[in-house]
Design a protein around this ligand. Structure first.
Ligand SMILES: Cc1ncc(COP(=O)(O)O)c(C=O)c1O
Length: 357
């Protein structure tokens, strides 16, 4: 495996920390707002949990996931497989292995992408192809898995339903699986994100498709490790079987907390409005400082460029006490971009605007 990319930001972090008013960290995208009370109560109420939890999730959790998927993704629940995961990163990292993908197989990932898609393919010993256009994948290659991510990290790009539909059709013709990482689905700003489970994309069948979801950002639950996968019931059954053997189980109190989180839209809407407001302040501030905002029509980040090498931009911002992620973390074609997360307090977001003015 490669070195952990974030370590390469250490020098910029030291520079930013030397700012007289302190460091403002827009690099990682880790939630900072409180865990909603309704979720904390459910976790506490379920804390007497001496027995082993169910890998498949409690019946209450399975029902809550299916109901949420039906509401948020426009999916029918008949024949839908669901399975809780220990956050979504582990599912992204282990999906190729859990599906039995290995050496000689190909995993397709977006050209500019969350690094864990590639890491997961490496863990399985598979070959990675980075592309946004499946026509560039040779006809003979053994593609077993295609990752899509809309809204995308880091770009905030939303893929239209027709694009997703083409990916699903292409994969079904070849017997490949489409895994759609939809952890930012609830954060649409100037475009409406579409789930792979929506009938416009899936054609009403879940064959060969999996949607990967997370409560980390929707419900400020990154610390709880709460995610789930939904889609093809046969694939989900296979994942369940392997995960039972491997002991990949969501803790019982977290399962109870997930039910409370999924059943409540009010806290998610409040959190969304916080991000909306922060996004507006940051977009105006960075644009005013000469940055161009690209894509960013949804999700948790602004994707920015000043038309120069990303490390120059990282350094320029670090001198103002602002730490951002370098575009190269996400792919070789992203060397002139930086990623700015919306996950800082309102006070710090206002301070970013003041420092850039
Ligand atoms: C695109 C994408 N997928 C998955 C994850 C993993 O999130 P978690 O493990 O908190 O569910 C992240 C986290 O930032 C992400 O950006």
């Amino acid at each position: 495996m490669p070195e952990f990319t974030w370590d390469t930001l250490d020098a910029a972090a030291t520079l930013a920390a030397a700012h007289p008013e302190g460091l403002i960290n827009l690099s990682m995208g880790t939630p900072v707002d409180p865990v909603p009370e309704v979720i904390r109560r459910a976790l506490a109420d379920a804390s007497d949990a001496p027995g082993y939890p169910l890998t498949a999730g409690t019946p209450a959790l399975r029902a809550a996931i299916a109901a949420w998927v039906s509401r948020a993704c426009g999916a029918g629940v008949d024949g839908l497989g669901v399975l809780p995961t220990i956050g979504s990163k582990e599912m992204v990292a282990w999906l190729p292995t859990l599906l039995g993908i290995g050496p000689g197989d190909v995993v397709v990932v977006p050209s500019i992408a969350y690094p864990t898609y590639e890491d997961g393919a490496r863990l399985a010993g598979a070959t990675v192809v980075r592309t946004d256009s499946l026509t560039s994948v040779g006809p003979t290659s053994r593609v077993r898995l295609v990752w899509v991510n809309s809204p995308g990290n880091p770009t905030g790009r939303v893929l239209p339903a027709a694009h997703l539909r083409k990916v699903v059709d292409w994969a079904r013709e070849r017997g490949a699986v489409v895994a759609s990482d939809e952890c930012y689905l609830p954060l649409g700003w100037s475009a409406e994100p579409v789930s792979v489970l929506s009938p416009q994309v899936s054609g009403g069948s879940y064959a060969g498709v999996l949607a990967v979801h997370s409560l980390s950002k929707r419900s400020n639950l990154a610390g709880y490790r709460a995610g789930f996968v939904a889609g093809d019931p046969a694939l989900v059954a296979e994942l369940l079987k392997v995960r039972k053997h491997a002991g990949m189980i969501v803790p019982a109190p977290v399962q109870a907390a997930m039910v409370a989180a999924l059943d409540d839209e009010r806290h998610a809407e409040e959190q969304r409005e916080r991000y909306r407001a922060r996004r507006e302040v940051l977009a105006e501030a960075f644009t005013g400082a000469g940055f161009t905002v690209e894509h960013s029509e949804a999700g948790l980040y602004l994707w920015l460029t000043r038309g120069e090498d990303c490390w120059q931009t990282v350094d320029w911002l670090a001198r103002r006490g602002i730490l951002v992620a370098a575009g190269v973390f996400y792919g070789p074609t992203a060397g002139q971009h930086v990623r700015v997360a919306l996950t800082e307090s309102d006070e710090h977001i206002a301070a970013v605007a003041a420092r850039l003015a």
